[in-house]
Design a protein around this ligand. Structure first.
Ligand SMILES: CC(C)(COP(=O)(O)OP(=O)(O)OC[C@H]1O[C@@H](n2cnc3c(N)ncnc32)[C@H](O)[C@@H]1OP(=O)(O)O)[C@@H](O)C(=O)NCCC(=O)NCCS
Length: 404
């Protein structure tokens, strides 16, 4: 343990919403403000004590409704002083781990001591675009573009992520049936985690209060998407976006939500009498050919392990974001290196409280969620190492190894 270790001292997220939810009336900037205030409030920090804020959000068209620099807007509106540095970045679904990694870099390279990493997204609020309207339509129909549809990747000739995930999964021997089975387990594990108090307000969750035009505000204090389901029910669903395997059942729902993690040096946490939630051992990024979205978590995890001088056997738990159920299956299979028994063991320790298929995937916020859920679960189990990894559009990856 070193004084300049980077430690997580506070972490929380909002519940993740359904497509139709009162929560989706709140801009992603407002959702971010909820967690930004809560994450410092829990450890008694004044906003002026946060030196830098790194903020990830990747559905640009949604925050475009409030125009640009959502990090700056959210930090000013949430009461952070005008002098606090902030940056907004888009690294697709990797964003809120990239923010954590950049925050660490600032701490290591520039001596910054207190950093906030935020991710926020409100996908259902994404507006349709009317391109060309400004220059006028001389004759013909006005075209509306839905940026949520296939997340826009096809506009420049890339595949939809569901196609890439499904095709690459099949190439790795991961069938539709396996993906459906993983999806059922994701819901079961998540519902069990709720029943047993492992996903709860005051720890991972902080409620969202949604004002109503008339009457009392609506309070949302749990994820809205987990449900009881069966393999038989999932088998009936038709593939989406032209994917060979991906359906509404083994894909994550389109969601709103935000997450925040407060980082300090160990010395700074000690000075303030704060007990770290976890030590950040290594944080790395990677990328591969654009269709390799299901394999990149495996490569990124391996890179993080190499960086930390650790092996998979050292990991008590893993989180691999369920961008689709295909991702944890393909990536654990690659990590197992052809050993069936090891593949099963890795699946057992991966996403033990469910994943994005059940919880939802507000893309910019999910990387923060998997990191904090890993930290809280490791604490509950008495400690150890864990690794969290996420893939992002066009096969980017991010992974973090933490120790509790
Ligand atoms: C897959 C997707 C298109 C589905 O959207 P949708 O059609 O609006 O989803 P719905 O929730 O209405 O589900 C469709 C149907 O499947 C059913 N269904 C969904 N999950 C189910 C489950 N776990 N068990 C049983 N049925 C389920 C719904 O009940 C619904 O049935 P209905 O038509 O009879 O009402 C959308 O969620 C999506 O695009 N997800 C992926 C987002 C994404 O790409 N994220 C980034 C990854 S990198």
């Amino acid at each position: 343990m070193k004084d300049n270790d980077v430690v997580m001292v506070s972490a929380c997220r909002t519940p993740f919403s359904r497509f139709e939810s009162p929560m989706t009336s709140l801009p992603s900037i407002d959702l971010a403000m909820v967690v930004m205030k809560e994450v410092i409030g829990r450890v008694g920090l004044d906003p002026k004590e946060v030196e830098e804020i790194y903020y990830g959000s990747c559905v640009v068209a949604e925050f475009a409704l409030e125009t640009d620099v959502p990090a700056r807007q959210a930090s000013l509106l949430a009461g952070f002083p005008a002098e606090v540095f902030s940056v907004t970045l888009d690294r697709a679904c990797c964003s809120s781990l990239t923010t954590l990694r950049l925050g660490m870099m600032a701490m290591r390279a520039e001596g910054v001591k207190v950093v906030m990493s935020v991710g926020s997204e409100n996908m259902p609020r994404t507006p349709h675009l009317a391109p060309g309207l400004r220059s006028g339509t001389r004759i013909g129909h006005i075209k509306l573009v839905d940026l949520l549809f296939e997340l826009g990747y096809k506009a420049k000739g890339f595949n939809s992520v569901a196609v890439d995930a499904g095709e690459v999964a099949v190439e790795h021997g991961v069938t539709r049936e396996m993906q459906d089975e993983w999806a059922v387990r994701s819901h079961e594990r998540c519902l069990k985690a709720y029943e047993e108090g492992r996903i709860k307000v005051g720890e991972e969750l902080t409620p969202v209060v949604v004002p109503q035009a008339k009457g009392e505000p609506v309070v949302i204090d749990r994820d809205e998407c987990p449900r009881r389901t069966t393999r038989e029910a999932l088998a009936k669903l038709r593939p989406v976006y032209g994917s060979p395997t991906v359906t509404a059942g083994n894909a994550p729902p389109i969601s709103a939500g935000s997450s925040a993690i407060l980082l300090m040096t160990r010395e700074e946490a000690r000075k303030r009498g704060l007990e770290p939630l976890a030590t950040v051992v290594a944080a790395v990024s990677a990328a591969t050919e654009p269709r390799g979205i299901a394999v990149i978590p495996a490569f990124t995890i391996q890179k993080a392990l190499d960086r930390a001088g650790l092996s998979l056997d050292d990991m008590a738990l893993m989180e691999i974001n369920e961008a689709f159920a295909a991702m944890p299956l393909v990536s654990t299979k690659i990590l197992a290196g052809g050993d069936e028994g090891k593949w099963r063991r890795l699946q057992e320790i991966t996403n033990v409280n469910g994943g994005a298929v059940a919880i939802g995937h507000p893309v910019g916020a999910s990387a923060g969620r998997i990191t904090m859920t890993l930290a809280y679960e490791l604490r509950r189990r008495g400690g150890g190492y864990g690794v969290a990894s996420i893939c992002g559009g066009l096969a980017q990856g991010e992974a973090v190894i933490i120790k509790v």
